[in-house]
Design a protein around this ligand. Structure first.
Ligand code: C5P
Length: 250
């Protein structure tokens, strides 16, 4: 018997929001972090290419520093990007959370899956992006890529000044902890609801979905999806790029 009578599955379209409006003060003085270069190319362009490398991603929304929207638009124009992907640039806000919300507000209808990816993670491999999308397609409302920790983590009572020693209050069992990366993937309606209802400050989007009482799932992250935060991370990122050039003529 033929399958012709079965309705075709509705294709899921994926959009990526890239918050890139941070100053990156921990990296030292200079341009906003996302506009600093790695291997001669702005970190933001690496991040945009990393997401657009997924064939599932049809739109990338870049959330730019509020005074840098025109500069980001001309950067996107000046660098080769896949033709199959659309790009939008919107101004960001004072916090990462606000910047992500402004990116979500700019999403046109028709994208059921939304990825949120830090511009500060320029080297995430496309396989990680695809694994996150796949897990959302399989029905998870929120998906995070994550890695086990190398360090033992202590919870402390934060000191008022850096001179004071900090008392340890707990040591969570390391085997149960994961270091969470991006892109984080979401059912679009769930992420919008999370941003509308959670008002306190969070450091990632998935925790807002957790606060709605929904299950967030973890897929394997990748060591090259690390966040460029401190000066040493720039050295590591340059080394990863150099290794890629050697290995696959990237
Ligand atoms: O500060 P943090 O390293 O957690 O920033 C993660 C990402 O959020 C970076 O890509 C940064 O550009 C972005 N961000 C933003 N708007 C802010 C602060 C951070 O888009 N106001």
């Amino acid at each position: 018997m033929s399958d012709d009578s079965r309705p075709l599955p509705t294709p899921t379209r994926t959009a990526a929001v890239i918050p890139a409006a941070g100053r990156g003060v921990r990296l030292g003085p200079g341009a906003p972090k996302a506009l600093r270069t790695l291997g001669g190319t702005p970190m933001l362009i690496h991040a945009v290419r990393a997401l657009a490398a997924s064939r599932a991603v049809s739109l990338v929304v870049v959330v730019a520093p509020p005074d840098g929207t025109a500069e980001v638009k001309s950067l996107l124009d000046a660098h080769a990007l896949p033709d199959r992907t659309d790009f939008l640039v919107v101004p960001g806000g004072d916090s990462r959370q606000e910047s992500v919300k402004l990116g979500l507000d700019a999403l046109p209808p028709g994208h059921d899956i939304v990825l949120v990816h830090d511009a500060a993670r320029p080297l995430v491999p496309v396989d990680t992006v695809d694994a996150v999308i796949e897990a959302v397609r399989d029905g998870a409302p929120a998906v995070v890529p994550a890695l086990p920790l190398a360090d033992t983590v202590k919870e402390v009572e934060p000191a008022v000044t850096t001179a004071d020693p900090e008392p340890v209050v707990a040591t969570p069992e390391r085997a149960r902890l994961r270091a969470v990366q991006t892109p984080q993937g979401f059912d679009r309606a769930t992420l919008i609801r999370a941003h509308e209802s959670v008002t306190e400050n969070v450091t990632d989007d998935a925790s807002m979905v957790e606060q709605l009482g929904l299950t967030v799932v973890v897929v394997p992250g990748h060591e090259e999806a690390f966040k460029v935060t401190r000066p040493l991370d720039l050295v590591l990122a340059e080394a990863v790029l150099a290794r890629r050039r050697l290995n696959d003529g990237y």
